[in-house]
Design a protein around this ligand. Structure first.
Ligand SMILES: [Zn+2]
Length: 215
């Protein structure tokens, strides 16, 4: 008889997930009540894939450069507030990027959405885990992008949400609080940020260049 010995908590979790997945699939097809069961099974499968992919991400070197997360803002517009005192006991562990309320917030990196949720300081927040296990934290969002979910793969083109004043930003000008956390602790996002290319202008190609190409 062959026995599968599982020791680590993560492996146990994964095994339990797979068993649940099969249970739902079998029950689902047997009873014919599949829609809800399949949805849950999908979620479990997604979670499983998420764990595997995050493990892969950890083995990669962290990004040397990341993209400006607020649309139509350049890095030169950011007033450096890294480690500025906040209250008596707290230092500012990130950068505030000001923009009109509702401005799209894009992921600064490729990665997976680890958390979408509300907390007292950050208000509505999204956390994305990227290469090297770095976590990118987007806070004070006015609202979330309608089509995002935990476990989703995101790229630098993915809209996560919109600039707002939720959490302790209430009463301040709308801004994104952007935090970067390496496994060793918070790091200053500012030196990592790259401007995005300006929006594409309308086609200005001349007839001459087109002719030379087609001949
Ligand atoms: Zn802040």
């Amino acid at each position: 008889m062959k026995t599968l010995i599982v020791k680590t908590p993560l492996a146990k979790k994964l095994t339990a997930g797979v068993l649940l997945l099969f249970t739902f699939l079998v029950l689902g097809s047997a009873t014919g009540i599949t829609a809800a069961a399949e949805r849950i099974a999908d979620r479990i499968a997604t979670k499983f894939v998420f764990y595997v992919r995050v493990a892969q991400l950890y083995s990669r070197a962290p990004d040397a450069k990341i993209a400006m997360p607020v649309q139509d803002v350049s890095t030169s517009q950011i007033a450096n507030t890294w480690h500025a005192p906040r209250g008596n006991e707290r230092l500012h562990q990130g950068q505030d990027i000001f923009a009109p309320q509702g401005t799209p917030v894009l992921s600064a990196t490729d990665g997976y959405i680890a958390n979408i949720g509300e907390n007292t300081l950050g208000g509505q927040t999204v956390s994305v885990v990227g290469a090297g296990g770095r976590v990118y934290y987007y806070a004070h969002l006015d609202s979330y992008a309608p089509d995002i979910a935990e476990g989703d793969y995101v790229t630098k083109e993915t809209v996560l949400g919109y600039v707002g004043t939720t959490g302790n930003a209430a009463g301040t000008p709308p801004h994104l609080h952007f935090g970067v956390y390496s496994p060793g602790g918070a790091v200053n996002p500012l030196p990592l940020l790259n401007d995005r290319p300006p929006p594409a202008k309308t086609e200005t190609k001349t007839g001459t260049s087109l002719r030379t190409k087609t001949r």
